[in-house]
Design a protein around this ligand. Structure first.
Ligand SMILES: C[S@@+](CC[C@H](N)C(=O)[O-])C[C@H]1O[C@@H](n2cnc3c(N)ncnc32)[C@H](O)[C@@H]1O
Length: 382
């Protein structure tokens, strides 16, 4: 079970496209009482031994007081006593990573998703402070500090129209950073009146993959990695937005006991202070959300890309995906299963040749070394 925690509604940035318009309303934080409520009710939804992954999301989770955050970790971790392994991750803008936060992230092995929209100019155009200043330089300092402490950091990049056609520049920027990265499309939610057209997003992914394969870049790039894995091995999509799991194994939880569909919007299932989690789960709108995939299967189950999309993200696409989105997905997966796989195969063949060449050079230098070794030099057996 994945639980997206809306740690707070406050934020220290004012990203111009924010889907939840962070920082515009009076700030409300998740509290220890909220966490107790969640801890006590969660087992009613879990199978025996089922693990729970809490993703601290926002708003901006690092606005919480570190000591309160520690207390909430302590409360949620008590689920382990009931046999439910607990794991934490955090999605942050990385703008304010104090020593106290570094201690917490390191001590509790919290993997961090860091929002970075590309090189400074691209990032700073939209991810700004309340005073309208760019945030890139401070975030890079935050990332360096986390990496120094061994905190695993992956990047989350929101693809806007300004990113289109700049795939090569993005790869130039990413390669030396060497971090796993996810590219999500800009969605028409909150402060963002318009999103990225689905066709533009898929063409971006297509160009990015072709370029990464041509350059033999060995980065983990999502969603391309799971898409390739799905096409090659029939592995199910790893993401809730493509895997048809919305409402089944993922939900959001926020200040005051709000139970939310997720963190992409303010869509609510109800409040834990008014009804039990199980009752909310069994009733509409949660039940309806859970059943969407099964309903859509009747209509879309024969589609060649159903197994990769399951109707997409209901928060973004509503009850039924629209025709333009379906067409864009179909065109992308057609390309991926044809030319995309061909490019992938070619890159593997090139890689194999490179590895063979390296092996040949290694053998030759070992033979050379052996020839020059004095007779009385210690051998491996000595
Ligand atoms: C809403 S923020 C909250 C967590 C944290 N403050 C952060 O910046 O990572 C989480 C992610 O959502 C992305 N996001 C915000 N608005 C979006 C939108 N309209 N469409 C797509 N992604 C969006 C942000 O770029 C960020 O990477």
């Amino acid at each position: 079970m994945l639980i997206l925690l809306r740690s707070t509604t406050g934020c220290n940035l004012r990203c111009r496209y924010c889907s939840v318009a962070c920082g515009e309303t009076e700030r409300r934080d998740l509290t220890e009482d909220d966490c107790r409520l969640l801890r006590d009710s969660l087992p009613s939804l879990l199978r025996e031994g089922e693990s729970v992954r809490f993703l601290w999301h926002g708003g901006e989770p690092t606005l919480l007081a570190p000591e309160r955050f520690r207390a909430m970790l302590g409360i949620l971790s008590e689920l382990e006593r009931d046999g439910h392994p607990v794991e934490y991750a955090m999605q942050t803008n990385g703008f304010r990573i104090s020593d106290a936060w570094l201690d917490i992230l390191e001590r509790h092995a919290i993997g961090v998703g860091l929002s970075l929209d590309g090189p400074a100019a691209l990032h700073d155009a939209e991810r700004v402070t309340p005073a309208g200043e760019g945030s890139y330089a401070r975030i890079m300092d935050g990332m360096a500090a986390m990496l120094e402490r061994g905190v695993p950091v992956s990047l989350l990049c929101t693809v806007r129209p300004a990113h289109l056609g700049r795939e090569a520049e993005l790869l130039d920027w990413l390669t030396p950073l060497g971090r796993p990265v996810r590219f999500n499309p800009l969605l028409p939610l909150g402060r963002s009146a318009a999103g990225l057209a689905p066709g533009d997003y898929f063409r971006f992914l297509q160009r990015l993959l072709a370029l990464a394969l041509e350059r033999q870049v060995s980065l983990s790039i999502e969603p391309l990695s799971w898409m390739l894995a799905s096409v090659i091995t029939d592995a199910p999509p790893r993401e809730c937005s493509w895997g048809g799991r919305c409402g089944q194994s993922v939900f959001g939880f926020g200040p005051g006991g709000e139970v939310l569909a997720c963190n992409r919007s303010d869509e609510r299932y109800g409040n834990l202070r008014e009804r039990s989690l199980r009752a909310l789960y069994d009733a509409d709108p949660w039940r309806k959300r859970r059943e969407r995939s099964a309903r859509l299967r009747a209509r879309c189950g024969d589609c060649a890309v159903w197994r990769y999309c399951h109707g997409g993200c209901p928060v973004v696409e509503g009850e039924e995906p629209d025709a333009a989105r379906c067409e864009a997905r179909r065109a992308f997966f057609d390309w991926l299963r044809g030319e995309g796989l061909f490019l992938y195969q070619q890159s593997l063949v090139r890689r194999r040749s490179e590895l063979r060449e390296r092996l040949r050079l290694l053998r030759r230098s070992k033979e050379g070394l052996a020839r020059h070794m004095p007779d009385d030099a210690p051998t491996e057996d000595a």
